[in-house]
Design a protein around this ligand. Structure first.
Ligand code: SF4
Length: 272
């Protein structure tokens, strides 16, 4: 199938895992809606045969919230990238989590803005080179899962493009979750992040992800400290993978509809 992705880009692997998870759950095609932002990962919505919406930069969670409120029968999936979701759209993402809107959000983290030419992202590792960080990044990166867990997401997981079957399982669990489900997927950008940081081919970058991660289940391990030594090539800090948070609390749309019903009842009681 013709597509825009560069050779070695991991995004297609993630799209495959999403499609297999949807098939595994037996979701009807007409009940699935995909809302995407802007970026290489968000372009994937254009290749999926569901109800799809390509939103403005960073605003996919806001569009998805409106869609879910209007059509609570739909499974609404948000596709976003680390720049789209954590920088430009950071507020929309954390507030969707805080409200516990019943959405499944896949955040593709390749540590860089790929589509616009390799600029620094809020997830770029310390020391990493980007077009806007030619001397190496001096900012600490966001840990997206910890951020979303702190914001109130009721399901948080991290998977790897390098482990597509595990990723499929994580996405299936997220899709089955009632409430805001967040899956961060570590993927690669060999064209910019890989080339600027001499990380090798796409395959080499994916193997590097496996070496830099540790599997956990249903808890957040203590933060690993990261030391970047001058002169050494930058490495992604060790991170936890698997299901990191799985809990329940009332969903936003349910609460809003219940509040509206109570308000309508109260008005009737006080009618002359
Ligand atoms: S620029 Fe990077 S993220 Fe975008 S398609 Fe190419 S390899 Fe993938």
């Amino acid at each position: 199938m013709p597509h825009i992705l560069c050779p070695g880009c991991g995004h297609g692997i993630v799209a495959g895992a999403l499609l297999r998870a949807i098939c595994r759950l037996g979701l009807d095609q007409d009940t699935v809606a995909v809302v995407a932002g802007i970026g290489c990962s968000s372009r994937l919505a254009g290749y999926l045969d569901f109800c799809t919406l390509h939103a403005t930069h960073g605003r996919a969670p806001a569009f998805a919230t409106g869609l879910k409120l209007a059509r609570p029968d739909l499974h609404v999936i948000v596709i976003t990238g680390d720049g789209d979701g954590l920088a430009i759209g950071g507020n929309h993402l954390i507030h969707a989590a805080r409200r516990n809107v019943d959405l499944t959000c896949l955040l593709f983290n390749n540590e860089i803005y790929g589509m616009t030419g390799g600029q620094l992202a809020p997830t770029t590792r310390e020391g990493g080179v980007a077009t806007t960080a030619p001397y190496g990044n001096v900012e600490p990166p966001f840990d997206a899962c910890r951020l979303l867990a702190a914001a109130g997401a009721t399901f948080v997981a991290r998977g790897l493009a390098a482990q597509p079957l595990v990723l499929e399982e994580l996405i299936a669990r997220a899709l089955a979750h009632r409430g805001f489900a967040f899956v961060e997927v570590l993927t690669d950008c060999p064209e910019f992040h890989g080339r600027y940081n001499r990380l090798g081919s796409g395959a080499a970058m994916l193997l590097g992800q496996i070496r830099a991660t540790a599997a956990v289940e249903a808890h957040l391990a203590p933060l690993a400290s990261t030391v970047v030594h001058p002169g050494l090539p930058p490495v992604r800090p060790p991170v936890e993978t698997g299901v990191l948070v799985e809990t329940t609390r009332p969903e936003f749309g349910d609460r809003l509809r219940a509040a509206a019903a109570r308000w309508a009842d109260a008005r009737e009681d006080h009618a002359p």
